[in-house]
Design a protein around this ligand. Structure first.
Ligand code: SF4
Length: 717
């Protein structure tokens, strides 16, 4: 409960949707009452590490909270880590990173640090975070890393630091809010079930039974619920449908509980989507004290920080789809029917919004996938009346809703959603903002439906991140295995607006020269020519014979993947797995369990995939992974850099492709004992001047252009 203080905005002011959060709290008893935000909870069980209050970012850290063991004593040979970790190895880079993070936390500076695979970077930042006594948010790019931190690293440190169980780390793991059940929606559905089909009825029964016993409301507890459950989408806790404190289920709400847990935690683990959704809400609310879900923190650690630009861009943009109009109309209708308030004039207003939205979206330029909406002005000249008609239909719906007497709380929410759609649609169609690219995306929905999205994305997120993140935060640590290009962070810093930061590229723990051979064939045609696919398929076949399968073959496009896969089907003697034939986790599991398997995949397997051991002995990449130049956001960024007198190819396209290539190749060597072959079939890396930038940015693999050396590496006669 947050009684006795200013209320948070009733409804989050986000343009962007569905994020907010959290979850489990580790090693923490439940409290009957939540603390007021920005005051500090009394933890259960004090100890030398944790005093009775959680210091705010600006409070000095009492010395009593510092562990007396130094970083050296923790990480060095013979130290605490060596005595407690079964697979301990001294990693110089790990100690150096821990020292750099500790210094950044103490001196309140930003830090950017590239730490290759095998550095052990999660412990390298967790230990100084714990020693600092500050509340720290850790934001990751993937669920796997979130789970590793929460389920493995933090319990390990708790055990290592407090072997007698005398202390607990207060940590919580927060997910996007659409992972949680909205109790209010479920109860409304129970009162008046509006379910379509047997499948929804079955899902409803399972969710209703689970709601009675779950402590978290996190759908991951419901293993039987399919990922694509349509019912879940109707009853999840998304921000745009939340009634906030006026909700009748507020006291028992899983989101309220998650917020309370975050307030009590010292370490808050989130993902980048949640972090930036929260930041954009705070920005739009002009940093009102109660805006957003994440509490103030003394530092933020961004792991897998190479993903920040794209994710931040999506949350500081605007997106309006035909689906949002339909959802609003459906929610209004269901609610008013339930409350016996659906008058003829409201039905008419809803009908008008539906029809006009359908008509307006049908008029938008045709095209598949993502494409720029370049002729907005001409479009408005021709179709301005239809745009105005839709805006007026929204105004009418908003007024009808506001004029209802004795209306339930959710009706205010509907009126706000109608107004938000109006404002955002106006921005999308009329804004002349020079730092925004306007584009359209068509995605296939279920049952022959097509979802059309009108999008506006900042071309350059750097000024936004500088103003609302780096200038406001005492300490940000950005880390990843792939941040530097040619040993420099200039590209990453410029793209993210990180003007001042300490920098560090850590030495690798792996002996890349002996563990990996990098082969680029000098004789294949340019990958942009039609002859490439046939010859590439033939070379892949030859290479896989040498490696006896055990390979990822990674492509920059689905078309190329399908083409090469089809050419090799029936030709290869090894089990072939294809992305799309099964969910990603199932495919990976099959790959791990199938001797000599070969997996054909695209971008989603280039990162966040970890297969250790001989089962993965080769990674083949078809071509240098330049972003698709016709992509509207990429094209706008290129145009903007060139227009400002820069050279977009060298300042943006090459560095971005370097980071992606490093990620892709990073799948191969995952431990000190891994050994294998890296192949880039695109010999522009050898022939073009810019190829040098790629070569100089990769780890020091042994390199060859000679197939014989590949055979020797694998001991093939
Ligand atoms: S406050 Fe109410 S409406 Fe909002 S998520 Fe919680 S239960 Fe749902």
């Amino acid at each position: 409960m947050w009684g006795g203080r200013p209320r948070p905005p009733l409804l989050p002011l986000t343009f962007s949707l569905s994020e907010v959060t959290v979850t489990k709290i580790h090693g923490q008893k439940r409290r009957a009452r939540a603390p007021a935000p920005h005051t500090h909870a009394t933890p259960i069980g004090g100890n030398a590490y944790y005093s009775d209050s959680v210091p705010s970012s600006s409070q000095p850290v009492p010395d009593t909270r510092k562990r007396d063991v130094s970083l050296y004593q923790f990480f060095a040979p013979g130290g605490l880590l060596s005595r407690t970790h079964p697979a301990y190895e001294f990693r110089r880079g790990q100690l150096q990173m821990a020292q750099a993070v500790e210094q950044a936390l103490e001196e309140k500076r930003h830090l950017i640090v590239e730490a290759g695979t095998g550095t052990g970077k999660t412990l390298a930042y967790l230990v100084p975070v714990i020693r600092s006594g500050k509340r720290v948010i850790i934001s990751t790019g993937t669920k796997n890393l979130q789970e590793q931190l929460f389920l493995k690293d933090i319990p390990f440190l708790e055990q290592a630091l407090f072997p007698g169980g005398e202390g607990k780390l207060k940590a919580c793991y927060m997910k996007g809010r659409n992972n949680y059940l909205c109790r209010k929606k479920l109860y409304d559905l129970t009162d008046q079930p509006v379910l379509s089909g047997l499948e929804e009825i079955e899902h409803y029964r399972a969710i209703a039974a689970w709601e009675k016993v779950t402590n978290t409301g996190d759908r991951s507890e419901l293993a039987s619920l399919p990922e694509a459950s349509a019912l879940w989408h109707k009853i999840d806790a998304r921000a745009d449908t939340c009634l906030g404190q006026k909700c009748s289920a507020w006291d028992r709400c899983f989101i309220t509980e998650m917020h309370r847990k975050a307030m009590e935690s010292d370490i808050i683990i989130v993902n980048h989507h949640l972090f930036f959704a929260d930041l954009s809400i705070k920005q739009q609310a002009e940093y009102a004290p109660d805006a957003g879900i994440l509490p103030e923190a003394g530092a933020v650690i961004f792991d897998e920080a190479h993903e920040l630009e794209d994710i931040a861009g999506s949350y500081f943009g605007v997106s309006v789809s035909n689906g949002r109009f339909e959802e609003l109309c459906r929610d209004v209708e269901v609610s008013l029917q339930r409350n016996h308030m659906l008058s003829a004039s409201l039905s008419g207003a809803l009908k008008s919004v539906r029809e006009r939205a359908m008509f307006f979206f049908a008029l938008l330029p045709t095209g598949d996938g993502r494409f720029a909406f370049e002729n907005r002005r001409e479009f408005m000249e021709e179709n301005g009346d239809e745009f105005l008609g839709l805006q007026q239909a929204l105004t009418r719906l908003g007024s009808e809703l506001e004029n209802l007497s004795s209306k339930p709380e959710e009706v205010f929410n509907f009126a706000r959603r109608a107004q938000e759609l109006q404002v955002q649609l106006g921005f999308l169609m009329e804004s002349e903002d020079r730092n925004t690219v306007f584009w359209i995306e068509r995605r296939r929905g279920g049952r022959d439906k097509q979802n059309v999205f009108l999008q506006a994305t900042p071309i350059d997120v750097a000024p936004i991140l500088k103003a609302c993140l780096f200038d406001k935060l005492e300490c940000a640590v950005l880390t990843s295995a792939t941040l530097a290009v040619g040993g420099s962070f200039e590209y990453m810093r410029r793209r993210l607006g990180l003007d001042y930061a300490r920098e560090s590229v850590l030495p690798s723990h792996f002996d890349y020269e002996s563990q990996a051979l990098f082969y680029a064939p000098p004789d294949l045609p340019d990958p942009r020519t039609p002859q490439f696919a046939a010859q590439a398929a033939d070379r892949i076949r030859r290479l896989l014979e040498i490696t006896r399968g055990r390979a990822f073959v990674l492509f920059t496009s689905y078309a190329q993947m399908n083409d090469v896969y089809t050419r090799l089907l029936g030709v290869l003697d090894f089990p072939m797995l294809l992305q799309g034939d099964a969910p990603k986790t199932a495919l990976l599991e099959e790959f791990r369990l199938t001797p000599n398997a070969v997996l054909f995949a695209t971008s989603s397997f280039w990162q966040g995939v970890d297969v250790q051991g001989e089962q993965l002995s080769c990674v083949i990449i078809d071509r240098l992974p330049f972003a698709v130049p016709s992509d509207p956001v990429v094209a706008a960024r290129v145009k903007s850099i060139d227009a400002d007198g820069g050279n977009a190819f060298f300042q943006y396209q090459v560095p971005a492709a370097v980071i992606t290539l490093k990620q892709g190749f990073g799948r191969l060597i995952r431990s000190l004992h891994d050994r294998g072959l890296l192949v880039l079939l695109d010999n522009r890396i050898l022939k073009k001047q810019y190829g040098k930038v790629f070569v100089e940015s990769l780890p020091p693999y042994r390199r060859t252009t000679d197939l014989k050396q590949v055979e020797e590496f694998f001991g093939v006669e």
